[in-house]
Structures are given as structure tokens and as C-alpha cells.
Design a protein around this ligand. Structure first.
Ligand code: SAM
Length: 286
């Protein structure tokens, strides 16, 4: 069963991080930019380039929060479509300018059947994401099915127990989300279950810094600067201290790769970015 409206589902026993993200939700985007000095944007862009979605791709972005990956995905697909249209412009001289402009404006058409479902356990994060979508001109339908047609749907759900049928998606992404999940192995098994055979798992997450000098600077920055920023900007020292600690507890590149393999994924690889501050792990359901 699908959740049509994130506001309809209420978790009776929310885990510890729930309160964390509820309290950081309003300042989440601005804090992300401040803490990472804007670099998180580059890491997320890179995730999309690695995904390189084809027209018609059906993406599930788990722990999708305020929609950063989803918006990048839609922009990528639309840009791809516009490039194709421009090529057609040169070759199909029989199309009038009006016809071409009309095609350009048709959002549903420009998505070529692609869609993204943003799934998150926190309704406050989803609420902000939906507002952003509205501000960016994305249309919203009344039902989950209609939203899929329009290209973007928001679903309240737990990564450990996804509210989707088996073999549904071409790509599963999780960016800066899996370290907050209580049972990572369960989330990975769920990722495997909902992907179609041939589908791809992509995870962007903090990882282990490999360069000793960068590691010392990074420690200093994480433990001394980030909680202070959290207090000054979001009036929330504790939540940002939790975020820093959760980053340190997350398994390093090789260990996480093995966990992904244990969930049944094949051809698992990873790429460390910015001296290993983050890594992109990739695997296939074959
Ligand atoms: N992916 C977004 C991004 O990159 O900007 C948001 C990342 S944010 C650091 C982590 C998100 O994980 C939060 O929105 C939080 O609510 C969500 N989250 C934590 N545990 C979750 C779970 N078990 N299932 C689904 N979402 C979860």
C-alpha cells in the first residue's frame, strides 16, 4: 500500500534520530550549505553523474529529506530531453517553432516517463521538500499515481520497511541517510527487494578520511566548529553533536562495501571523494 499524503502516517514509536531531524528540518538546507561550505552540492551532483539516468528511469530516493537528489534527478532528465529536442530542431525542419516551444513546456512529456519517489521517515523534512517543489513550479496531483505521472511523489516511510512492492524501481539512492538508520542491514535488504532485477543501488555517505593531515583538520572542524554553528544558526547544539558522532560511527568504505554485498548486491564498488570525507557506493541487483 502507498501513502498518498505524508501527513496521514504517524509513527507511534519514533527512533532517536527522529527528534533530531524534526528539530533541524527548518534550518536543514541552510545548515547543509554552511557546514559543508557548499561542497555537499558537488557531491550530490556527482551522484547524479554516476547514476547517469536514462529516459524513463524510475528512481526511489530513500531518506530523501527536502528533495535535493530528487530535484537534481528531474533537472538532469529534463536537460537531457532538451538537448535531444535541440538536436531534433536541426534535423526535423518540418516542426514549427510553436510546436517545439509547446513540447518544451510540457513537463510530463519532457520527463519521458521518468519519475522519482522521495521517501523519508520525517514528515517535517517532506513538508519542506514539497514546499520547495511548489516554489520551483512542480505540479502536485491528488493521488500517488497522479504524482508519479507528474514525475515527483513524496512518501512517508521507513527505510527498514519500505511501503513499496518488490521489483519496482530502476535505481535506489540514499544520500546522507543510511547512517541514521537503526538496522543498516535491514535497509540494505529492503533496497534490494524494491529494485527491479538489473536495478542499481547508489549510496552517498560520510566515510573514512584517508589522508592523515586532512583527518586532523576534519576532526577539529567537526568537533569544534559544527556544534557551535548548530547552536548559533539553529539554536541546537545537541542535534549537531549527534550528527558529528553518527558520522564517526559509520563503517569505513571496505566494511560498508561488504555489508552491501551481504544484502545480495553484486558488482559492488565505491569511490572516495574529498580525501574520503564522503564515498559513493554502487551495487547492482543481478
Ligand atoms: N537525502 C537528503 C539530503 O541529502 O539532503 C537528506 C539527508 S538528511 C541528513 C537524513 C534524512 O534521513 C532525514 O531526512 C531523516 O528524516 C531521514 N531518515 C533517517 N532515518 C530514516 C529511516 N529509517 N527511514 C527513512 N528516512 C530516514
Amino acid at each position: 500500500t502507498f501513502c498518498l499524503d505524508p501527513m496521514e502516517m504517524i509513527h507511534e514509536d519514533p527512533p532517536q534520530f527522529y527528534q533530531v531531524f524534526e528539530s533541524v528540518a527548518k534550518k536543514y538546507d541552510v545548515m547543509n550549505d554552511m557546514m559543508s561550505l557548499g561542497i555537499h552540492r558537488v557531491w550530490k551532483d556527482l551522484l547524479l553523474w554516476r547514476m547517469h539516468p536514462f529516459p524513463g528511469t524510475q528512481l526511489l530516493d530513500v531518506a530523501g529529506g527536502t528533495g535535493d537528489i530528487a530535484f537534481r534527478f528531474l533537472n538532469y532528465i529534463q536537460a537531457q530531453h532538451q538537448r535531444k529536442q535541440k538536436r531534433q530542431l536541426r534535423t526535423q525542419q518540418n516542426l514549427s517553432w510553436e510546436e517545439i516551444a509547446q513540447k518544451y513546456q510540457n513537463e510530463e512529456d519532457s520527463l519521458n516517463g521518468s519519475h522519482v519517489v522521495v521517501c523519508d521517515i520525517n514528515k517535517e523534512m517532506l513538508k519542506i521538500g514539497r514546499k520547495k517543489a511548489c516554489a520551483q513550479g512542480y505540479k502536485t496531483g491528488k493521488s500517488y499515481r497522479k504524482n508519479l505521472q507528474l514525475g515527483l511523489a513524496w512518501v512517508l516511510g521507513d527505510a527498514e520497511e519500505l511501503p513499496f512492492d518488490d521489483d519496482k524501481f530502476d535505481v535506489y539512492t540514499i544520500a546522507f541517510g543510511i547512517r541514521n538508520v537503526t538496522h543498516i542491514d535491514r535497509a540494505l535488504q529492503e533496497a534490494h527487494r524494491v529494485l527491479k532485477p538489473g536495478g542499481r543501488f547508489l549510496c552517498l555517505e560520510f566515510s573514512q578520511v584517508t589522508n592523515p593531515l586532512v583527518s586532523r583538520l576534519y576532526d577539529l572542524y567537526s568537533f569544534q566548529v559544527i556544534p557551535v554553528m548548530g547552536e548559533v544558526i539553529a539554536k541546537d547544539w545537541k542535534s549537531y553533536q549527534y550528527l558529528v558522532e553518527s558520522i564517526r560511527q559509520f563503517p569505513a568504505q571496505e566494511e560498508f562495501k561488504e555489508m552491501i554485498e551481504d544484502a545480495g548486491f553484486q558488482k559492488v564498488t565505491y569511490e572516495s571523494l574529498t580525501s574520503g570525507i564522503v564515498a559513493i557506493h554502487s551495487g547492482f541487483k543481478l
